[in-house]
Design a protein around this ligand. Structure first.
Ligand code: GLY
Length: 431
């Protein structure tokens, strides 16, 4: 089979790597990939969804798997399906579940799925009066897509007003900030939960812990993710049952029956678990319509079942017959990012703020081949070595019988890599 993976980050590298391991797969292409991905798969210089469909048709691609949310929201699934090209991911209409936080919260409330108290605003003054009136800590979320950085967690009314100013007035996330969803901040345990979904049946995956804040001890700004590990210590079988029956199943049934959204692909629920009198409630903080980055980097290496078989079951609505097998050993992912550096016009603060690119990377070849190396933002430099092209640069993924063992290995191997301004969180997976 010929597979096309859409994407160019660490998650997309992990997806390509997983397909490459399938005995059913002859060739993996990635559009548009990056320097490191080109070691695993053939990178294709197709940037628009139309160019991607042209490539898939001409190359007779058997299956396309979409990594990021942007092409899904732009309608890549509708485009491919219209041309008879098999593709995994939700269509444009269903992708609203990620591309509009405001509309999604309204839908979830109508479906009776647990969510934090929230209100939606398109007028900054009304948003300000609301946060003053409620007085409790809130999270201010840009309505649209903001590369994982659009949720500002606030501890005071002043911080909430500043967040409204940045999102709605200064438009730091552009048009994504036309509206905001302001949610009561819940305090509990946060969990990323994933399912395969064929529109009717759902199969839960293993869970992962993501670390969104830029700095150690969960300080600093929100990022796309600074590291992850799996298995997740909280995800017991009974909790899976609670999440499936209270959130995932009513959601997939509800959006199909009430909103004509046939959800096919990966469902990613960002949950806050709260506990009252011993009863756990999974509140939906966000829905993503794809695998997480860097959750995919620790989940896919644990998947022993062929991903091609799972994708075929999604396409033929036979997912209910699948029972994926998972390696119980731990995986832990550290991400090296472009940190503070001095540029021509002063200092770059570093990811998730402005950062320098084109910086040479050393030491990659010294990483123990037992660890996986996924590239997030690299390209090959003139001398054949890698240079940085993004905020998140590369991921080291280790395996261990315990979380501590996996953590020790990943730290040891990441220490072998260096580039100007390189930063990674050393507290990923720390007990
Ligand atoms: N790790 C968060 C995300 O992929 O959205």
């Amino acid at each position: 089979m010929k597979i096309l993976v859409i994407g160019s980050g660490g998650r997309d590298h992990a997806i390509a790597w997983k397909f490459k391991r399938s005995p059913r797969v002859k060739q993996v292409f990635v559009a548009h990939g990056n320097g490191g991905i080109s070691e695993t798969a053939t990178c294709v210089n197709a940037k628009s969804i139309e160019e991607m469909a042209d490539f898939a048709r001409k190359e007779r691609i058997d299956l396309t798997f979409v990594g990021p949310e942007k092409p899904l929201s732009a309608g890549i699934v509708d485009l491919f399906q219209g041309q008879g090209l098999p593709i995994i991911g939700p269509d444009k209409r269903t992708s609203r579940l990620e591309s509009s936080k405001c509309d999604t919260k309204v839908m979830l409330r109508e479906l009776g799925i647990p969510i934090p108290e929230f209100a939606v605003f398109s007028d900054p003054e009304e948003a300000r009066s609301y946060v003053r009136r409620v007085g409790y800590p809130v999270v201010v979320k840009a309505d649209g897509l903001a590369a994982g950085k659009g949720s500002l967690v606030c501890s005071s009314v002043e911080e909430a007003e500043k967040a409204i100013q940045e999102i709605m007035v200064e438009r730091v996330f552009g048009e994504a900030g036309t509206r905001v969803d302001i949610e009561k901040r819940l305090f509990g345990r946060e969990l990323s939960f994933f399912c395969f979904c064929d529109g009717y049946s759902l199969v839960p995956m293993v869970a992962a812990q993501d670390y969104k804040r830029a700095r150690e001890n969960d300080e600093g700004k929100n990022t796309g993710g600074m590291g992850s590990y799996s298995p997740h210590p909280w995800l017991t079988d009974s909790l899976v049952q609670v999440i499936m029956s209270r959130v995932a199943e009513p959601l997939i049934r509800g959006v199909r029956e009430k909103y004509e959204m046939l959800y096919r692909g990966i469902l990613y629920l960002g949950l806050m678990l709260t506990e009252d009198d011993g009863e756990v409630t999974p509140h939906v903080l966000e829905i993503n319509i794809r695998l997480g980055d860097p959750e995919a980097q620790v989940i896919l290496p644990r998947l022993e079942t062929d991903l091609v078989d799972i994708c075929e079951a999604i396409l033929t609505r036979r997912l209910g017959e699948m029972n994926p097998v998972w390696d119980p050993a731990y995986r832990l992912c550290l991400i090296a990012v472009s940190g503070p550096t001095k540029g021509k016009k002063g200092w770059y603060k570093g990811y998730p703020d402005r950062y320098k690119i084109g910086v040479p990377i050393q030491g990659i070849e010294r990483i123990d081949p037992e660890c996986l190396l996924f590239h997030s933002g690299t390209e090959k430099g003139a001398d054949g070595g890698y240079i940085t092209t993004g905020g998140r640069v590369l991921c080291v993924v280790s395996r261990g019988g315990t979380l501590a063992e996996a953590r020790e290995k990943a730290l040891r191997e990441m220490e072998k890599v260096s580039f100007e301004g390189m930063y990674f969180r050393r507290d990923i997976g720390m007990a």
